[in-house]
Design a protein around this ligand. Structure first.
Ligand SMILES: [Zn+2]
Ligand SMILES: [Zn+2]
Length: 397
């Protein structure tokens, strides 16, 4: 049997995905109306598991607490592709006024993870029905992408040991980009991010008797200035880094020297090593400056997002799959890296793969209370996930 030309196969995939778009859109709106915070996605995870089972896919619940993995095998090939979506919502009061708006006060799907979950379900349905591949597909439904460590929770729970993958792919919607368009690039695509809290403990006293105190506010002032030297003096001019102190909290009164001061903020880098340098220098400066004043400092440095780095070869193949669907003119293969972060990066540190953005049309920005996922983008996202599997696990290979 002659292999179908990629372009024809892509258009067939798009047509099939269009046919069941209403079914997937209904699932998406159901998830949207019932948002759940990271690590609390019990209803969403159960909905995902039941749909996968309905389509004859092997289901593993509770991977990384509320994560779900579906396993679909076809033929005798021993290669495996992982497809990943995130499931969590945000603590935002929805203001869209839409019929499918959140029914839970103070919670909303403002980043489109409802759409990501639904489109990965769409790809599962497509691949379970067509089975036009040889090998294994692992559908990875991840909890808690929004800074709550969902990717790492799944990895610590043995994601890639229990469900080995040769390649892994992810995607995120992009407001402001037309539906049916894609953005991808090679190498570093998104910044790594960390949050930190530095707790300085001194000794409280009357504001008029400073000689009886060890003033944590004075320590914080010196430390705040000293920390600005980290990016300026410890990071190469060839690397990019941001270190921002965004909160300083100490004291409640005009005449009381407090016992404690807490400084918090964020660091962003495009390389993991650079983040490690920042953490190490921050700890050294904090502990030693505090000690110089007779106080102590404790640093809680939380590395929430590794920089997201696409494998060059996989970005190329993923881009090819997108171009076959929508034409090279609707794909930007050389987009600049984004300052935002995404914890799919931790999976890409373990397994070669790539992350792509697809157009959400003229919607509000993500994390805005008027944002909504665009259901018109479903066929494109479903078809791309399905086609990358067909390309990486070809029949007859
Ligand atoms: Zn988000
Ligand atoms: Zn997101």
């Amino acid at each position: 049997m002659p292999t179908e030309a990629p372009k024809e196969a892509a258009l067939e995939a798009l047509e099939r995905a269009r046919q069941f778009q209403p079914e997937i859109a209904a699932i998406r709106r159901d998830i949207h109306a019932n948002p759940e915070l990271g690590m609390e996605e019990y209803r969403t995870a159960e909905l995902v598991a039941r749909k996968l089972e309905e389509w004859g896919i092997e289901v593993h619940r509770g991977v990384g607490k509320t994560g779900v993995v579906g396993v679909l095998r076809s033929g005798n090939g021993d290669s495996a592709v992982g497809l990943r979506a995130d499931m969590d919502a945000l603590p935002i009061q929805e203001a869209t006024g839409l019929p499918h708006a959140s029914t839970r006060p103070g919670l909303m799907h403002a980043c489109g993870h409802d759409g990501h979950t639904a489109t990965l379900l769409g790809a599962a349905k497509y691949l379970a029905e067509t089975r036009n591949f040889n090998g294994t597909v692992n559908f990875i439904f991840q909890p808690a992408e929004e800074g709550l460590g969902g990717a790492e929770a799944m990895l610590k729970d043995g994601l890639f040991e229990r469900f080995p993958c040769n390649y892994v792919y992810g995607m995120h919607n992009r407001p402001g980009l037309d539906v049916g368009k894609f953005i991808i690039g090679k190498g570093v695509r998104m910044a790594g991010g960390a949050f930190f809290d530095i707790t300085i403990t001194g000794r409280g006293a009357h504001g008029a008797r400073p000689q009886e105190s060890i003033d944590p506010v004075v320590v914080a002032c010196h430390l705040g200035a000293a920390l600005q030297s980290v990016v300026a003096r410890n990071i190469s001019a060839n690397d990019q880094a941001v270190l921002s102190i965004t909160k300083i909290q100490a004291g409640d009164a005009y005449n009381v020297i407090p016992e404690r001061a807490v400084m918090s903020g964020t660091a962003r880098t495009l390389k993991r090593e650079v983040m490690e340098t920042i953490e190490q220098r921050m700890k050294q400066l904090s502990v030693n400056i505090a000690e110089g004043f007779g106080a102590t400092a404790e640093v809680d440095f939380r590395f929430l997002f590794a920089p997201l780095v696409n494998d060059d070869a996989e970005a190329e193949v993923y881009g090819d799959a997108a171009a076959e669907l929508v034409g090279e003119e609707n794909l930007n293969r050389n987009a600049a890296p984004a300052a935002a972060s995404e914890d799919f990066s931790f999976m890409l540190e373990r397994v070669p793969g790539a992350h792509i953005n697809f157009g959400n049309g003229a919607s509000a920005a993500v994390h805005n209370d008027r944002y909504d996922f665009n259901d018109d983008s479903i066929p494109y996202a479903v078809a791309l996930f399905s086609r990358i599997v067909e390309k990486k696990l070809p029949k007859g290979a």
